[in-house]
Design a protein around this ligand. Sequence first.
Ligand code: FAD
Length: 288
Amino acid sequence: MRITDKLAAGQTLSFEIFPPKGEMPLEEAYRVASQIAENKPDWISVTYSAGGSGNSANTVPIAARIEGDLGVTALAHLTCMGATASDVDSYVDSLRAAGIQNALALRGDRRPGADVVDFAHASDLIAHLRKTAPSLCIGAACYPEGHVESASLDESMRALRIKQEAGADFLVSQLFFDNDDFYRFREQCLRYRIKLPVVAGIMPFTSVKQIQRMAFNCGASIPAKVVKRLVRAGDDPAAQAHAGIEYACEQICDLAENGVDGIHIYSMNHPEIARATHDALVAMGYLG
Ligand code: FAD
């Protein structure tokens, strides 16, 4: 099913997984996906690790298994940094063959050895997909605090407007820890006449180290209220993870009350985090 149809039907809940890294067998990703599917998500997205530590060749097989075996809609990510138009066309062919209707079109992070070939920006990839695969439901990334390479939020918003004009159907946000950043971003969308549904990306943090790494990589700011929770959790890993789930659930409930189009949980291949978040939301009366 197309994700835009799901978004039109009401608030959505979705989760993200990534293909196995290093020696981790592919079966491990299937196990993670099937455990996450028990939470009855609207979709599960599968990341694409161009040249990174993961294996991008596994994105479509995992997404195909999510659709075919688990009966859950899959969102297959795709990056274009260093890719040729023909690479992209082959990827789209494999999506078609697997019956996958949804793709998240991204530029990908800059990395050594991956120069721009046919696509400089995600918007170029989106325009290509719109032309060559008109029936594909295309998502794009957005950044409530601005993209790290952008000099200002305005610059980031102008780039987002170009993605909409290129033909994106919906947006999924970078993670953020302060809902006010997201609400300010929605106001900016109105100002820039960005009308696409926006799914809010939430990451239940699991440790001090992890939140520091994520904040550094994607430029998300860590508000004092999160630091206080972590200080209260002390050095106990279980208490830190509990604080992360509790905080994420508070963020989600507030977003749901404020009419967010959907919530996407960066569950980072931890089905237990996905389950704990799901169960906490049920206990709080936000899910049936
Ligand atoms: P772009 O939209 O191309 O933006 C990149 C920079 O260029 C921004 O600063 C933007 O303002 C600027 N820009 C964009 N268009 C123009 C233009 N026309 N003119 C001038 N400047 C412009 N990475 C992966 O490798 N694999 C994944 O699976 C993955 N999944 C992600 C999922 C989500 C929801 C998000 C938010 C990010 C994901 N990323 C992933 C990370 C992403 O690849 C990086 O954030 C990357 O740096 C930018 O990707 P983009 O698609 O937003 O690029």
